[in-house]
Design a protein around this ligand. Sequence first.
Ligand SMILES: Cc1cc2nc3c(=O)[nH]c(=O)nc-3n(C[C@H](O)[C@H](O)[C@H](O)COP(=O)(O)OP(=O)(O)OC[C@H]3O[C@@H](n4cnc5c(N)ncnc54)[C@H](O)[C@@H]3O)c2cc1C
Length: 419
Amino acid sequence: MLLLIMKSNPVGRLIGYSNMELNYLHRFGGRLCLLLALVHTLARCIFYIQNGILKRELTENFSVKNGFGILVFLVVLVFGSSFRHLSHEWFIALKLPVTIGFILYTLFFHLPIGIFLTLCLTLSVVILDRIWTRIRNLRDNLPMPLAKIEALQGRATRITISGSQIKRWLPGQHAYITIPSIAPFQAHPFTIATVDEMSFVTLVKSGFTLKLWDTATQNSTVHAIIDGPYGCPPPLSHFGQLILISASTGGSFTIPILLERIQTPGCVEKIRYIWIVKSIECIEWYAYLFGQAMVLSLESGIELEISIYVTRPPKVVEKSSVGSVIDKISTSSEKGAASSAEKAEYLFKNTPSSGRSAMAFPFFCGRPKISTIITDETRDSTVGETAVVVCGGAALSVDVRNCVAELQRNIFLHVEEFA
Ligand SMILES: Cc1cc2nc3c(=O)[nH]c(=O)nc-3n(C[C@H](O)[C@H](O)[C@H](O)COP(=O)(O)OP(=O)(O)OC[C@H]3O[C@@H](n4cnc5c(N)ncnc54)[C@H](O)[C@@H]3O)c2cc1C
């Protein structure tokens, strides 16, 4: 259980599990421990009742008396994690003392002292992991990198890091960012949205990301501490066809994968890319990367189809600082749009910024019908096995999971979640 919270877990790396995925196992293991502790308590109580010694055991047996205390600690640890989404900082601040309390209480009041050695070994591995992480952070952040923070439309912020010693990462990996001038004791995970420069797109929530956005509205450059990269994105070069689906900042996970596969295709011959966003302004987040992908795909000969779905439809002609919806080019051309009323297709032209080339993208209004898209793309596919990668909210992940399961075909599925 303790080893599963390590940041640089060598076992995770070996079996291709990121620290986030191992964290799921940690949480699941916690619930299992609570269940086993309850079964153990119940079985003991039944045994004592059958033998008429319950009262004596509860009053005189040191270990039995304190067993209930352990149950309380376990309940707090397991159910406390349900409040993680309410306040991450409070959750972290409380989890550490409760865990230490649980370990010490269990050791001194319930379990045989022989377990001490095993516990010490495990704790030393976890402590070594933390020390190694700190040393690596020092090495990677001296001198401290600079973060250029830009406010983007659609309530998002772009962070571009310069001067970092971290030069290599895999597409889809994430890093923890601390900005001392905004929140010195908080480290937030964000996915690296590009392959060549370290850049992140963060959606505004109510804590750190909101303060970041406030700072970004003044277009500032601040010092940042980067801890990473972390995560084990799936190897995809041996598939013939990729279907990459993402929503909102989930694009930070799928776009680097898209760019990498176009540059070094391996067996990949065909890529279908689907991105779902609330409003047309959000296209600004990744517009130049889509442009880059389109140009590179022409050079590499990969068949690439990018479909952008905007769930909040724009007025027919709309102008913004990033570009304009220049035309309504069709009303019923897209397979997989949710309903006929939503099949309008528009063309969006982004305004080039800082030497980046202008690009026009077709986009569709409404939500995509994921099952239709995956079914159509995989039916009679002649390019080899298909891999589906999804990164978005829970609802999108469930949709994709269900669809792939229902198809009962040989499809590889990777689901990435920002939780
Ligand atoms: C592996 C991973 C990659 C991510 N990549 C991106 C990305 O590229 N772009 C993006 O916009 N978001 C990403 N997120 C989500 C992002 O980390 C949170 O939205 C952000 O930390 C919220 O900060 P806040 O203080 O404004 O949140 P709050 O408004 O306080 O809380 C919003 C939610 O974020 C969670 N959260 C808060 N702090 C943390 C933290 N330190 N670590 C983990 N979760 C936290 C809370 O539990 C809550 O569910 C990613 C998350 C993970 C786990």
